[in-house]
Ligand binder design. Structure first.
Ligand code: SAM
Length: 359
């Protein structure tokens, strides 16, 4: 007999069927789910939301992911590579505004020149901020040696989305070649954990071909690999990508938004003390989308501090929020209204990670 949402929410351990039922909750039923995830979140990670200033270092990418606007074959965007000075200017902004953490994200270039460049940049950031900034990298798959080198130069977190933990689905949304290999990506995640990074992963929600079972498996995958942080968001079609042809098969954008909130809530119930990001893609769909994600269980926000002139060239999906000036929106007031506050000056490291290391 199918369990009720109330019954499932009282359980200690959730089965795959339970997770599926929660992910299929109606709008009314979801209120119970969100109340539970908020209770767990407040108990285990408190009411703070931590900031990570997001710097989109470069949109030059060696990969050709079938969903992504900065894929190598997209000739419609102009490619950029921030200069070190531009990066450092953004870092200064974050430092001055008490962010305490940065995310450096970039297209994927698995080569020596990129590894060296980022290494030198990390050294300069460390000097500039007297080592008082925690740094997350999100720059794709690299060798263990490169990860170690970056780690020695002050990068302490790494976000590498698996995109989908289902190999078959992964293969449908990526070209079929060595550069886009599911096992290689999995291995990179394992290496990141082994080398001592606070390790994050994530997936896209509402992809073509994706089923609710796939999403339940994604959550169980995150639990199984004992991840420290998660950044997952709705898939948003981009017209210059091959997957755009399948846009008529997608759930509505509102359904993808709602499903993402439920994914965050269930993940918070499954993994009580990890860091979960309220991703920008949510804001692309709904004004105050990130605040809703915070209510559902997210505890990290990543304001974009990339110099404004480059932001239109990092259009990984449609309607990505593009402030016209260099104005950076931290939703302090909105968060206060719903009982949360920004943890200015705090690293907000993953509690899960700290506990993992005490063991
Ligand atoms: N390539 C780097 C890596 O994988 O570490 C990071 C840059 S990549 C542009 C950042 C993330 O954007 C991807 O991992 C993917 O999940 C997300 N993304 C790309 N295209 C998207 C789309 N159309 N809708 C939603 N998210 C998308």
């Amino acid at each position: 007999m199918k369990q009720t949402i109330t019954g499932i929410l009282q359980k200690e351990d959730l089965s795959k069927d339970d997770i599926i039922t929660l992910l299929m909750a109606s709008y009314d039923e979801s209120k119970l789910l969100f109340a539970k995830s908020e209770e767990i979140r407040l108990k285990h990670v408190g009411n703070k939301v931590y900031l990570r200033g997001l710097i989109e270092l470069s949109n030059i990418c060696g990969k050709d992911c079938l969903y992504c606007g900065i894929r190598k074959s997209n000739k419609k965007i102009s490619r950029y590579n921030l200069t070190d000075e531009e990066v450092l200017k953004s870092v200064k902004y974050a430092y001055k505004n008490n962010y305490a953490s940065l995310v450096i994200q970039s297209g994927e270039l698995e080569n020596k020149a990129f590894a060296e460049r980022l290494n030198n940049l990390l050294i300069r950031i460390k000097e500039l901020t007297k080592g008082e900034m925690h740094i997350t990298l999100s720059c794709g798959e690299h060798s263990e040696e490169t990860y170690l080198k970056w780690g020695n130069n002050s990068a302490n977190r790494y976000l590498l989305r698996i995109e989908s933990s289902n190999k078959e689905l992964y293969n449908k949304i990526h070209p079929n070649n060595k550069k886009h290999n599911f096992e290689k990506r999995l291995e990179a995640l394992k290496v990141l954990k082994k080398t001592g990074y606070q390790t994050g992963t994530g997936i896209m929600i509402g992809l073509p071909f994706q089923t609710i079972e796939n999403l339940a498996d994604d959550l169980l995958f995150m639990k199984e690999i004992d991840i420290d942080m998660v950044g997952m968001g709705p898939y948003i079609e981009q017209e210059d990508t091959p997957l755009y042809n399948l846009k008529n098969t997608l759930k509505t954008i509102e359904e993808r938004f709602f499903l993402t909130l439920k994914m965050i809530a269930v993940l918070r119930i499954l993994m009580k003390d990890i860091n979960i990001a309220a991703t920008t893609a949510l804001e692309a769909i709904e004004n105050k989308g990130r605040e809703k994600a915070v209510k559902a269980g997210a505890n990290v926000i990543m304001p974009n501090i990339t110099p404004a002139i480059y932001r239109e060239n990092y259009m990984i999906y449609e309607n990505k929020p593009l402030p016209s000036s260099s104005e950076i929106l931290v939703p302090d007031e909105n968060l206060n209204k719903i009982g949360y506050k920004v943890g200015y000056g705090e690293f907000g490291d993953s509690t899960h990670f700290s506990k993992r290391f005490q063991k």
